[in-house]
Design a protein. Structure first.
Length: 422
């Protein structure tokens, strides 16, 4: 399948200075943003350590009120972020991050307790909690069944154990699915065909808070620092392994150009993360490694075509060989990169807040990685060959066929081979 139905003749190497200028501008913008933000990136709880609480509300969460309330409770350094996406713009969820200063698990658990207590105090549900009642939105089926057995509002008698266990399961199913985990008023349970007597009995033991905790992540600061180091090592190991492979398969200059281009892709992506305040998490590291492999693959395809064309265009300038090789692979590049880009773009727009940073890294990585293959890596090889004065043909390690001999290639004895031949 071809994207173009006629030959393409674009002078890519003639536009190399524009590619380099664009890359330098993006790198400088990213570096300026990094310096402006204190020479650090926005790391997630995976790397910084601390407590991250995902809270879902029955209605639109009052973010400003929550921020003020947490500050009054001594949690002014906490970060509150509302989550939403195109697929579910009314998610009514917020992420509350609290950086921990302690080193042990007790300090981390205390962070979760502090956040929950601050939420209750801010939203006016603390009085009900202090009265001895349980939060219905955080209650387990066993706790609900136990409360119903004590009251026995339906008069089940000896069959109360099994009967209320099934009823508790029905109640929790309504809460978690129909009400998305948050029941703002216990009377709303009647809409799920829950008997009125049972709802009244639940009111003696439970209260309905305006929020529910969906998820809690706790990571110690030592673990976060270790994860940061491991993420750097993994990326460097991947780049080093690719450098060795390409240097062995082609020439060391090809490997150096490819690794520098991939390093360029990672730096630009991280610069945009700093500029747009996206968090660096473990999933983002996975995305960066993915784009490293993706960009490297596209670069190797171009380099392989360059090697093939050097045999067919022995007397052509090397820049022309590179231009022709890029033009020949352009259709393949547009089809593969274009379709992949559309996929990750949909993931970025509709994947939700949890996948937002991951999908953004892929969107940027595919664009920059595809561009760097012909805009950075290829011009570097051309510049090297021009500087070395090797003329039309770069040095490669591709072995000659066994049947080929010096005279079998059409060279006469005692005559020099054309410039650039080895």
């Amino acid at each position: 399948m071809e994207f173009f139905h006629h030959s393409v003749n674009i002078d890519w190497m003639g536009k190399a200075k524009y590619f380099v200028s664009t890359s330098l501008a993006l790198l400088l913008i990213g570096a300026a943003s990094w310096i402006y933000h204190g020479r650090t990136l926005d790391y997630s709880v995976d790397f910084k350590g601390g407590t991250l609480v995902d809270v879902r509300f029955a209605n639109n969460p009052p973010v400003d009120q929550l921020r003020q309330g947490l500050a009054k409770q001594g949690l002014g350094d906490s970060v509150i972020q509302k989550t939403s996406d195109i697929a579910n713009p009314n998610a009514n969820e917020v992420l509350i991050y609290l950086q921990q200063h302690g080193q042990d698990q007790q300090a981390l658990d205390a962070g979760k307790t502090e956040i929950l207590n601050a939420l209750h105090a801010t939203l006016g549900s603390g009085a009900a909690s202090e009265s001895g009642k349980q939060d219905f939105n955080a209650a387990s089926p066993e706790a609900i069944a136990e409360a119903l057995v004590r009251k026995d509002p339906l008069g089940l008698g000896a069959a109360a154990g099994d009967g209320y266990a099934q009823l508790a399961k029905q109640i929790v199913d309504y809460r978690d699915h129909n009400s998305r985990g948050v029941v703002a008023n216990l009377d709303d349970l009647r809409q799920g065909n829950i008997p009125a007597a049972a709802v009244t009995a639940l009111g003696d033991s439970f209260y309905a808070s305006p929020f529910a905790v969906v998820n809690v992540e706790i990571v110690g600061p030592k673990v976060g620092a270790e994860l940061r180091r491991q993420a750097v090592y993994v990326t460097l190991y991947a780049l080093g392994g690719m450098l060795i492979y390409i240097a062995f398969r082609f020439e060391w200059v090809y490997g150096a150009a490819a690794v520098i281009a991939v390093f360029h892709d990672v730096l630009i992506t991280l610069g945009l993360f700093s500029l747009l305040h996206f968090e660096i998490s473990l999933t983002v590291i996975a995305a960066l490694l993915t784009l490293v492999g993706y960009s490297m693959n596209d670069t190797i395809v171009i380099f392989d075509r360059i090697r093939e064309n050097t045999r067919l265009m022995r007397r052509e300038p090397f820049a022309d060989i590179v231009n022709k090789s890029i033009n020949q692979t352009l259709s393949r590049t547009i089809l593969t990169s274009g379709l992949t880009f559309l996929t990750v773009l949909v993931l970025f727009l509709m994947g939700g807040q949890v996948l937002r940073s991951f999908s953004f890294a892929l969107v940027v990585g595919i664009l920059v990685g595809t561009y760097s293959s012909f805009g950075i890596a290829a011009p570097m090889v051309v510049a090297w060959n021009r500087w070395k004065g090797q003329g039309a043909i770069p040095v490669t390690k591709d072995p000659e066929p066994r049947s080929a001999t010096k005279f079998g290639r059409g060279e006469a004895p005692g005559r020099l081979a054309p410039a650039g031949r080895r």
